[in-house]
Ligand binder design. Structure first.
Ligand SMILES: [Zn+2]
Length: 263
């Protein structure tokens, strides 16, 4: 039987492994995470290699025919490196369809070249900035991260304007969740500055959303909640945006929301 760790030890283990939980206590705030098996390094490599064998057995060589010499994705996503967030949330085959940039706190400016590639070179018509529930980067940026490495500090410093725009008092988890959304707004704003001409020419739509596996928006765990389209953050106005016109009203209502006023 695999060894199970208590929550406090698990939080510490995840902090070391994921490099995102700079403050393990930060993760304890939503600490209803079940204990999970902890794999050794050897078992982890074996799982990755065997998993790849399963992948190639389920996808014969024809799966790769369409993208032997180039890629044709339709969606650029800037999201967090967090291990709980993956493109499977979109329910579509990500291969050759989704161009993904990941970093702590789903930031645009710290990965500008990569985002440029998706938006200017491929180019995709949608740029999605995707934050997520209980983001460790946001939590860390709200606290004292002076003891972190130079690299981590540099990528948290760029979140300071987001934290400065939020409440300074009140219940921590509520402020944290709002700051996740504020960060999405902040990153959308940064993208709109970079790609102003493309947006004005209707060649690009910048969508901000939160992957809500905590069900903080009341739409259900795991829902993609759209909180911003081209800088518009009022839900009723987002709902009328033409980019959503192929969705029915029920689909729109269940995927548009807001916890915090827009920046
Ligand atoms: Zn995160």
């Amino acid at each position: 039987m695999k060894k199970m760790y208590p929550v406090t030890k698990l939080a510490c283990t995840l902090a070391c492994a994921a490099m995102l939980a700079y403050a393990p206590a930060a993760f304890a705030e939503h600490a209803e995470a079940p204990a999970v098996p902890v794999k050794s390094a050897e078992a982890t490599v074996k799982a990755a290699v065997n998993g790849n064998d399963q992948f190639t057995s389920h996808n014969d060589s024809h799966h790769f025919d369409a993208f032997q010499t180039g890629q044709t994705p339709t969606l650029t996503v800037v999201t967090c490196s967090d291990s709980r967030v993956h493109t499977q949330l979109f329910g579509m085959d990500p291969d050759n369809n989704i161009f993904v940039i990941r970093n702590i706190g789903n930031q645009v400016k710290t990965a500008e070249g990569s985002v440029d590639y998706g938006v200017r070179h491929l180019p995709t018509k949608i740029l999605l900035i995707l934050g997520h529930s209980s983001c460790g980067a946001i939590k860390a940026a709200m606290g004292d991260y002076s003891g972190e490495s130079k690299g981590i500090k540099a990528e948290l410093d760029t979140l300071k304007p987001v934290i400065a725009a939020g409440e300074t008092s009140g219940e921590l988890n509520a402020r944290w969740s709002k700051n996740v959304e504020r960060n999405v707004d902040y990153q959308v704003k940064a993208a709109l500055e970079l790609y102003k001409e493309k947006v004005q020419a209707k060649e690009l739509t910048v969508v901000g959303a939160v992957y809500d596996f905590n069900d903080l928006y009341g739409k259900g765990r795991g829902k993609l909640v759209i909180t911003n389209i081209n800088g518009e953050t009022t839900p009723n106005k987002i709902m009328d945006h033409p980019v959503l016109k192929e969705l029915n009203r029920g689909e729109i209502v269940s995927h548009v929301g807001s916890l915090a006023p827009g920046l």
